[in-house]
Design a protein around this ligand. Sequence first.
Ligand code: IPM
Ligand code: MN
Length: 365
Amino acid sequence: MEFNIVVLGGDGIGPEVTEQSVKVLKTLEGLFGHRFNVHEGDVGGVSIDKHGTPVKDEVLDMAASADAVLFGAVGGPKWDDPAATMRPEEAILHLRAHLGVFANIRPVKVYQWLADSCVLKASVIKDVDLVVVRELTGGVYYALPKGRTETPQGWSAVDTMRYSEREINRILRVGFELARSRQKKLTSVDKANVLECSRLWRHLATQMSEDYPDVELDHVLVDSCAMQLMQQPKRFDVIVAGNMFGDILTDEAAVLASSMGLLPSASLSDVPVAGRRIPGFYEPIHGTAPDIAGKGIANPIGAILSMAMMLRYSLGLTEEAAAVERAVDQVLESGQRTADVAGGGPATSTADMGGRVASALGSAA
Ligand code: IPM
Ligand code: MN
């Protein structure tokens, strides 16, 4: 089959890791007889520097008409001035809104071979397998009013947290459906003891649970969830959370996997069903990592696994997705480690890691 893939590497380590996921994707062409037409575009800080905007309309349109988008990361110290009128991060926020990808799926899988690289006890992380479903196009990230104003008493800033019933219900639906396809446990995260948005969220989750008698629903306050993720992560199967809570909890959950560099994500505009094609947006969760950018040492696995999620959810290539995941398993099992998980031992470069996954594909396919 033939597919059009838009590749937006962005800033920092974004382009380096994305190059490896494209390398692995291209290897699939020969193995499975597909054709992936890759179209590249500028986003983030590079786009501000070149075109004077974090993302051009043309790139937004190109992304919207593709079968899927592979995204790296945006941002960096160069564009971090709090007084700047434009930020690289606006690229990702515009893209998410433009594509309507309200459901961000962030699986957290613990690789037994990397247990030594984790700061937590092996007994705590053993067998952890959870997924965070994060609402991605609403809440405090987007709601208005938002902004800064100067008053006679000094500056004042406002962000608004707002959620409609429709926005909450559609993300809860993704959570329930995903839980139904897994261990049938859904944890709904909120701050219902303080926030009105959360009280509506909790009410709607309870209401929707009537449609899913086979799924066990519990409600956990976000602060308590943060603690439980470290103390007893095994209790979680699927976690569903609003935009900001999901953002924070997924960085924390990355600790379970030893490194943020390993975690993929998929952003979708509908309930994911393996084999059904939904246009989507795929990015590793790690960000631009300016401290290691350009050194060729970043971990490309988060990007490669994001590409595998793309195969599964946007291209309907379930078998190919599983082959990529097996190839990653194989390379990690064989002891290859990028610097983030090498614990000071010998480290594999970004390009070598990508190359090894690509070669393992031949035997894993
Ligand atoms: C993420 C990132 C983004 C977010 C930033 C770069 C805007 O942290 O994808 O988790 O907060 O959503
Ligand atoms: Mn984040």
